[in-house]
Design a binder for this molecule. Structure first.
Ligand SMILES: NC(=O)c1ccc[n+]([C@@H]2O[C@H](COP(=O)([O-])OP(=O)(O)OC[C@H]3O[C@@H](n4cnc5c(N)ncnc54)[C@H](O)[C@@H]3O)[C@@H](O)[C@H]2O)c1
Length: 254
């Protein structure tokens, strides 16, 4: 696979699920990985596992919905590793409900975690990459943004916003040799999915039966997404920007 030696990469939400797999795969390819998460103890555990298996990782607390927290985290990362090369905006969250059952406080929470978080991190970290005249930004979207997903109205919209924002940033940052892409997982086995299934009947009904509609015959694994991200942040992907790649076993083909 493609090497990432000497590259510094920040993975938000790197403590568990897809973010943990991304952190591990980037570290395995040689990157110095910052596992940035609000679940600090879990982030430390992930970093410990990476360091124990011969990689290099640092755990740090961040709340990506709060730009001051992102700035503080960035400051710490720069002091230790210098300016970063790779930003993976992986944090995301949802609770399945019909739109009629949601309320404006819920909209704000979903928009802040899924979309504002990406604005905060790109805003704070893009100058590192501009300074280096090189960089990679990958945000984790969702197939829900491309084809819709019952019970995920506000989340789908927020993930759609990530796609539009990323295409614009791909244009604005191309002159600095910075690529900006989006990876959209389909249903993937993670703690979040287990929580959603356990929360209510709608989550259980939709996620519990989706496997039979996946052409490749299984739910995604976090590593499936991580390998796609590892490619997009590599030197070999230097000519790919503004793109949206689904990793979903063929569930959607668009
Ligand atoms: N699992 C799926 O089926 C699936 C499908 C499509 C898209 N996605 C997307 O993939 C990404 C990862 O999802 P996952 O299933 O691994 O989720 P997860 O909940 O298992 O992991 C998310 C991580 O983000 C962290 N986090 C949440 N809010 C944070 C905040 N404000 N600041 C810092 N850290 C925060 C959590 O502590 C957790 O470690 C998300 O963007 C999600 O929307 C997941």
């Amino acid at each position: 696979m493609f090497r990432l030696d000497h590259r510094v990469g920040v993975v938000t939400g790197g403590a568990r699920g897809i973010g943990k797999a991304i952190s591990k795969v980037l570290a395995k390819q040689g990157a110095l990985v910052v596992v940035a998460d609000m679940r600090f103890e879990l982030a430390e555990q992930t970093a410990f596992e990476i360091n124990a298996s011969g990689g290099v990782a640092l755990a740090t607390y961040v709340d990506v919905t709060d730009i001051e927290s992102v700035k503080k985290m960035a400051q710490k990362v720069r002091e230790i590793y210098g300016p970063i090369d790779i930003l993976v905006n992986n944090v995301g969250w949802d609770k399945m409900m019909l739109f009629s059952e949601t309320d404006p406080d819920f909209w704000s929470k979903v928009i802040d975690i899924n979309y504002r978080s990406v604005l905060n991190c790109v805003y704070v970290f893009m100058n590192d990459m501009i300074q280096k005249k090189r960089g990679r930004i990958v945000s984790i979207g969702s197939d829900a943004a491309k084809v819709g997903s019952s019970g995920e109205s506000v989340y789908s919209g927020a993930k759609g916003a990530i796609i539009s924002f990323s295409k614009t940033m791909a244009r604005e940052l191309a002159r600095y040799n910075i690529t900006v892409n989006v990876v959209c997982p389909g249903p993937t086995e993670t703690p979040l999915v287990e929580e959603i299934k356990g929360e209510n009947e709608l989550g259980q009904k939709i996620l519990g039966s989706i496997e039979k509609f996946i052409p490749l015959g299984r739910i995604g694994r976090p590593e499936d997404v991580a390998y796609a991200v590892a490619f997009l942040v590599s030197d070999e992907a230097e000519y790919i920007t503004g793109q949206v790649l689904s990793v979903n076993g063929g569930l959607t083909m668009c």
